[in-house]
Design a binder for this molecule. Structure first.
Ligand code: ATP
Length: 534
């Protein structure tokens, strides 16, 4: 599938629009249209329902089968600035960027790739942003630089592999992705990804705060509140869905890397000795969630991080990854990370500020070896009545992106096949084969023609179904065209009221994927849909 086709469909049918489009758009921000908002809501509802409300997994806890508790929170986007100091985001949430003095564009250091190319003895390191067709883009850049035409491409001499500019010693021979001359890229600089804001009308630098870059910290700082106000006992989980903000240097690939996005995060608190089992449990359970909702093909994988990729406090991290069509052949993009975080987060909110120490983190200590900057100073330990111990629980964190999940479901759903039209001729059909739980519209109701009492029956039926399902009424155009319109937005079932309906009270249901049609009594229709949609 070509990504451009999906992007065009998303705009045409009202799934996704560029934010602020009539003002020229705002890079890295996306609006969900009438169908997009339903689709994304269904993704979030499915997650909340399966992970929190309706979760009913019986698991072995301390040797005995039991149900663990899952509960929820909805925290603010702006929180006390000290939270970001203790979490490490203030000091460490950086990406490296390079600027181009000529094009005035800014690039993420690790995303600029290139290769050495020579023409008549003059050599240059041509670059482009990481893309599906890196070599093609490099060819275009080189032709432009040497003032050549397409037919001269064979005269270019390439040497070495395609590599990131971060592997180069200097940029003096580098041609920036949008530059005409060489040596215009600056040295890489750190750039904090948090959006800064000021609290209050008279606010100065001391009142600076940040839009949260993840929802997780709201859960950690409320750990004590949840324990004190509910009857949860370790092991238990707290879930949250909400907006997060990252001032990404190069937002791109549709909604995959945006500056404002939504996360679906769980912090699961458990006894330290049981955390490796819980880590494995959540890693497998989260992977299965995606496959159950339709990402069952070869494009999804679960990748365990290598030992050297892990943070010093972690005994395991795995990513659920999807082969998004905009990525280079064979590459995967992160959908969700499942991390064993040890007691790192609760401990830092108790004790103090984290400092960079080589590749890892340590608490900044004063001359007496005590934490220098106190965290909240509150006791975030937990007394376990089963083991009669006090400890800082370990945390397993499945952290998913609602927008990346929605995008993966859209990519996976996109299908083109051949079906017969009203005249029986084969025609191309585009359909979104969403899992019925995710489909924005569950059923469409059509009167076959606008006469013989059919519209009256159809509108009444539509009114009844609407109370329970998201349904759509359409009486315009040939019925085949109406089917196509619904296929293209992923409606699993179309219900047609025809001449027979008035006689025997039955309607036709047509299945989006199998194209099968069958008749059902009107009074049984809601139950039939309920069964097929769950
Ligand atoms: P990446 O390496 O792709 O930047 P990350 O490892 O920084 O992602 P996490 O901090 O683990 O991401 O965030 C958890 C989840 O939030 C990600 O798996 C992803 O689904 C989502 N997410 C993170 N950044 C973005 C973004 N800029 N746009 C959309 N979703 C995002």
């Amino acid at each position: 599938m070509q990504m451009e086709q999906l992007v065009a469909l998303c705009k045409r049918r009202g799934f996704l629009f560029q934010s602020s489009e009539i003002y020229g758009g705002l890079n890295g921000f996306w609006d969900y249209g009438p169908l997009g908002v339903l689709l994304k809501k269904n993704v979030k509802d499915a997650w909340w329902s399966d992970m929190v409300v309706a979760h009913n997994e019986m698991v072995l806890q301390r040797g005995a089968p039991g149900l663990y508790e899952m509960t929820g929170l909805d925290c603010t986007i702006i929180m006390h600035p000290q939270i970001w100091k203790c979490s490490g985001h203030y000091d460490l949430f950086h990406d490296y960027m390079v600027d181009c003095r000529e094009s005035k564009k800014r690039y993420r250091y690790d995303h600029v790739k290139g290769r050495t190319v020579a023409y008549h003895g003059q050599s240059v390191f041509a670059t482009t942003m990481e893309t599906e067709n890196t070599q093609d883009c490099l060819e275009q850049a080189a032709l432009k630089f040497f003032g050549l035409r397409k037919k001269d491409v064979e005269n270019l001499e390439w040497s070495g592999e395609i590599m990131a500019i971060s592997q180069l010693a200097g940029f003096s021979n580098v041609l920036g992705p949008d530059a005409k001359t060489i040596g215009t890229l600056t040295a890489p600089r750190e750039f904090n990804l948090m959006f800064k804001t000021v609290i209050g009308a008279l606010g100065g630098e001391d009142d600076a705060s940040f839009l949260r870059p993840e929802t997780a910290q709201g859960i950690f700082v409320n750990f004590k509140n949840v324990c004190d106000s509910t009857r949860v006992k370790v092991p238990f989980g707290i879930a949250q869905i909400g907006k997060s903000f990252r001032n990404e240097i190069t937002p791109r690939n549709f909604t995959f890397r945006s500056r404002e996005f939504e996360q679906m995060e769980i912090e699961f608190f458990c006894h330290p000795s049981e955390s490796p089992q819980w880590y494995k449990y959540w890693r497998d359970r989260r992977f299965a969630w995606y496959t159950e909702l339709g990402l069952a093909g070869e494009r999804l994988r679960l990748r365990d991080h290598d030992q050297d990729e892990l943070s010093h406090y972690s005994c395991g991290t795995a990513d659920v990854e999807y082969q998004y069509p905009f990525l280079p052949e064979g590459e995967y993009g992160e959908l969700e990370g499942i991390a064993h975080r040890g007691d790192f987060d609760l401990r830092s909110h108790m004790e103090g500020k984290l400092m960079r120490d080589g590749d890892g983190l340590t608490l900044e200590l004063d001359a007496d070896g005590k934490p220098k900057h106190r965290g909240s100073g509150k006791d975030l330990t937990y007394y376990d009545e089963v083991t009669r111990e006090r400890y800082v629980p370990h945390v397993i964190e499945p952290s998913a992106g609602a927008d990346r999940a929605t995008l993966a479901f859209l990519c996976e759903a996109y299908h083109v096949d051949q079906v017969p039209n009203d005249k029986g001729e084969p025609t191309e059909r585009v359909s979104l084969k969403f899992h019925p739980r995710l489909a924005p519209i569950k059923a469409a109701v059509f009167p076959l023609v606008k006469k013989d009492g059919m519209p009256e029956i159809a509108t009444e039926l539509y009114g009844e179904l609407k109370r329970e399902f998201s349904v759509f009424y359409d009486d315009k155009g040939a019925v085949g065209r109406r089917y196509r319109r619904q296929d293209e937005i992923g409606t699993p079932f179309c219900i047609t009221i025809d001449g027979q309906t008035a006689r025997d009270d039955t309607v036709t249901i047509r299945d989006r994927d199998t194209l099968e049609q069958w008749r059902v009594k009107q009074c049984d229709l809601a139950a039939e849909l309920r069964g097929r949609l769950s």
